[in-house]
Ligand binder design. Structure first.
Ligand code: NAD
Length: 489
């Protein structure tokens, strides 16, 4: 049997456990690969390699131009294989091919963005008293552990690897158990490009063991995590012992607010896109639709009609608009939430069921007549399930929108520009939209308020997340301070 390997210290290696994991295509339930199952020992080896590469070999002291050149080479090679990577991503994750192709192109852009950014001017100079020239430099944080989820396997990995390597950090990255394949293929490119051994390492295996080791190992200076809020809290606790720098990109239950004066077609279209793109497995999904009550009777039937018409199927089929969920347990979790919603007394307007015998498909599902206290309104379902909440006034819309432990994203649809900005100002969320949804760019910061996370990725913020800040003070008048008087013996 062919077992795919991890990449540690510049070598392709099998896990010391000798065990492997079957990787399943969620559209067909077929085994599409076997990958080595990493252990704590493998994680430690990778961390040691990264430690040596940073503190002994001196990756962090290499010139920015050299690191940029390597990242541009990775970007160029990835660009030449967008189709092959997209196919692999769809087979492993299930998302429609059009979404995978977009994701891989996005990853190319992230590599190019950080390769370009790292050679640009940085630092600050201060005008201070006492003949001192003071300035600030940014330096790499050191050894970075990165843990990523399965919903955007390559993009989530690259948006962490690219700024970390650009900054001069060394990296140990762990993909989610279900979706290692595209990242493993990226490491073939990383190997070809020829980073010094130990600079960038790939470990596989369970979060509870391998992920936990990355979060608590004292040789790791920073841990960057994207995933569920419950896991994020565990990681933060694990990192406390050595006070690691921590970045967390966590879950959400984001409000999409539609006022009666919104452009009707645009608002319906984006309400669907907000929740059903990537099967609803998007941290920033517009999973709560807040509708002004005067619009309810017109809006909901059209929304339901269009949700029912979404083509659900294998992501490789050109007609597919929505694919399967990632795994059987995840599908069951989503179906359980639907049962909870029905039991709580919400009105099931469409969907609510599994589709087909093979593959983990769930029909686009919409609940009406919800209450703010219902679990389906409060908790992140992370699937194709939309809950509708209605409101009368702008104040009520804002109150309902912010009534969440999360604060990742939010949108408002209205023709009134001032009202749109008033509402956005009051939204306690890190990513917001006016008359659109989901569109974000690598140039702008990504991250959440409240229990949706700590810190920001992407843009210049994403680079700073991997940098320490050092102040330097130079005496321009080299003579004794005289603070303590010089006494003759
Ligand atoms: P998850 O938290 O179960 O797993 C994410 C990663 O953490 C995986 O690699 C997993 O192996 C690892 N992990 C699990 N337990 C761990 C532990 N104890 N210590 C260290 N690592 C551990 O999340 P998931 O189910 O893969 O992804 C879905 C979640 O991710 C959703 O909540 C979603 O909102 C969130 N997400 C957030 C963003 C964002 O940018 N804010 C982006 C994508 C996904």
């Amino acid at each position: 049997m062919n077992v795919n390997k991890m990449y540690i210290n510049g070598q392709w290696v099998l896990s010391k456990s000798g065990e492997h994991r079957e990787i399943i295509n969620p559209a067909t339930e077929e085994v599409i690969a076997n990958v080595t199952e990493g252990t704590v020992e493998d994680a430690r080896e990778a961390i040691h390699a990264a430690y040596k590469a940073f503190y002994e070999v001196g990756w962090g002291e290499t010139h920015a131009r050299y690191r940029a050149q390597l990242l541009f080479e990775v970007a160029d090679k990835l660009k030449q294989q967008i189709e092959a990577f997209a196919l692999l991503e769809t087979k492993n994750n299930g998302k429609p091919l059009r979404e995978s192709s977009y994701d891989i192109a996005d990853a190319v852009n992230q590599l190019e963005y950080y390769a370009g950014l790292i050679t640009k001017p940085t630092g600050q100079v201060y005008d201070v008293p006492d003949d001192i020239q003071a300035y600030v430099v940014r330096e790499p944080i050191g050894v970075v552990g990165q843990i990523v989820p399965w919903n955007y396997p390559l993009v989530m990995a690259v948006q962490k690897i690219a700024p970390a390597l650009a900054a001069g950090c060394t990296v140990v990255i762990k993909p989610a158990e279900h979706t290692p394949l595209s990242l493993m293929k990226l490491f073939e490119i990383i190997d070809e490009v020829g980073f010094p051994p130990g600079v960038v390492n790939l470990v596989l295996g369970p979060g509870q063991t391998v992920g936990a080791e990355i979060s608590e190992n004292p040789l790791v200076d920073k841990v960057a995590f994207t995933g569920g809020t419950v896991t994020g809290k565990k990681i933060m606790r694990a990192a406390t012992e050595t006070l690691k720098n921590v970045s967390l990109e966590l879950g959400g239950k984001s409000p999409n607010i539609v006022f009666e004066d919104a452009d009707f077609e645009t608002a319906v279209d984006y309400a669907l896109y907000a929740i059903f793109a990537n099967q609803g497995q998007v941290c920033s999904a517009g999973s709560r639709l807040l509708l002004q009550d005067s619009l309810y009777e017109k809006f909901v039937p059209e929304l339901v009609k269009r949700a029912k018409a979404i083509s659900v199927g294998n992501g490789l089929d050109a007609n597919t608009e929505m694919g399967p969920l990632i795994s059987k347990p995840h599908m069951e979790k989503v179906l359980d939430y639907i049962k909870v919603g029905i039991a709580e007394g919400a009105e099931l307007l469409c969907g609510g069921n599994r589709l087909y015998e093979k593959g983990y498909y769930v029909a686009p599902t919409i609940f009406g007549k919800t209450k703010p206290t219902m679990r389906i309104v409060k908790e992140e379902i992370f699937g194709p399930v939309l809950v509708i909440q209605s409101f009368k006034t702008e104040e009520e819309a804002i109150r309902l929108a912010n009534d969440s432990i999360y604060g990742l994203a939010g949108a408002v649809f209205t023709a009134d520009g001032a009202k749109a900005q008033r509402v956005i100002r009051k939204l306690r969320a890190g990513i917001t939209w006016i008359n659109t949804y989901h569109l974000t760019f690598n140039e702008a910061p990504w991250g959440g308020y409240k229990q949706s996370g700590i810190g920001r990725e992407l843009g210049t913020f994403g680079l700073e997340a991997y940098q320490e800040v050092k102040q330097v003070n130079i005496n321009l008048n080299v003579c004794p301070s005289g603070w303590f008087s010089k006494k003759d013996e």
